[in-house]
Design a protein around this ligand. Structure first.
Ligand code: ATP
Ligand code: MG
Length: 296
């Protein structure tokens, strides 16, 4: 079992090489290839997580289809057999980890929705009693459920250092109409996905959506409701503990090493890599109700 962290499809035109994905420009469409790279605290870590790119692809595809009554999206197909001819020669490398999508003009906002008080929201609340523009009731604990989900946007920059902004600032940047539209869509997507996950014993704590313009319409792009872009918590029957089925597990490990988050990230031990893989796969299996056919 090996993590695939480097993928270069030499004859295709690179659109962008992200922290996790290699994106190729096919004209009207993009090819989004998810590697097994993992990033945390804005840094790509020195080891990959085997099959992670496949899990992200399978889950994103699952959610795009499940939620398409709420929002149009960029997915054309994740079936490598249906990819355009120029991509066919790379099928063995990219199968099960790639999506053919509509190319969009990205709206440079991270549409963050939070149903619970975790991560940076918890840190902010402890200092100021607020999360973004929302003043919350005093005395809440870490991971408390919020009265209703809140929308806390940030900018999306090439440097990766995203900055929290107010809804008013976001609307100044993207226009009031589009701003209101992406807030409403983000909240509806979050509520529907939370309801579904809850039925499977999984709590969706928070997530991030991206939107873009395609043929004059705003559509959902990038990845959706994956363990990289969201926090998921599972209370299993046979494991007494509550399990984070997401990147939080790796963030917690990194924090435990005392890493200063500026120097090179530490090497992740093999057992931590395997446990991360197990959790990503478990999330996929619980949410979709089946084991992926690519799993050896
Ligand atoms: N349909 C689309 N049209 C245009 N750009 C897209 C589309 N879907 C995704 N993207 C962009 O492709 C890139 C995907 O790469 P990746 O997720 O690795 O990058 P990243 O966002 O830099 O990393 P991270 O997610 O860790 O912050 C992102 O820049 C994303 O905004
Ligand atoms: Mg991304």
């Amino acid at each position: 079992m090996q993590a695939i962290t480097q993928i270069r499809l030499s004859e295709l035109k690179t659109f962008v090489s992200g922290k996790v994905r290699e994106v190729y420009d096919l004209g009207e469409h993009l090819l989004l290839v998810s590697t097994d790279r993992i990033s945390a605290f804005d840094r790509v870590l020195p080891v990959g997580i085997p099959d992670k790119g496949k899990v992200l692809t399978a889950l994103s595809s699952f959610w795009f289809r499940k939620l398409e009554h709420i929002s149009k999206h960029h997915l054309v197909t994740d079936d490598a057999g249906e990819f355009p001819r120029e991509v066919q020669k790379y099928t063995d490398i990219i199968r099960d980890r790639s999506m053919l999508v509509k190319k969009a003009k990205r709206i440079d906002i991270e549409c963050i929705v939070r149903g619970y008080l975790s991560g940076s929201a918890w840190r902010e609340y402890q200092e100021t009693g607020t999360v973004g523009e929302y003043r919350l009731q005093p005395g809440l604990d870490k991971n408390s459920k919020l009265t209703r989900p809140i929308f806390t946007p940030t900018t999306k920059t090439a440097s990766g250092h995203d900055e929290a902004i107010t809804i008013r600032k976001m609307c100044d940047m993207v226009g009031a109409g589009p701003g209101e539209y992406i807030i409403a869509k983000s909240l509806s997507l979050f509520e529907e996905a939370s309801r579904y996950a809850e039925m499977k014993g999984i709590r969706l704590m928070d997530t991030k959506f991206e939107f873009g313009y395609c043929n004059g319409e705003i559509i959902l792009i990038d990845e959706v409701l994956t363990p990289d872009s969201s926090r998921f918590v599972y209370q299993s029957k046979d494991e007494a503990k509550v399990l984070n089925l997401d990147k939080q597990f790796i963030r917690d490990y990194l924090e435990s090493t005392g890493w200063d988050k500026n120097s090179d990230p530490p090497v992740i031990p093999h057992d931590v890599v395997l446990e991360c893989r197990r959790r990503y796969l478990l999330l996929l299996e619980i949410l979709t109700g089946s084991s992926p056919q690519w799993l050896e």
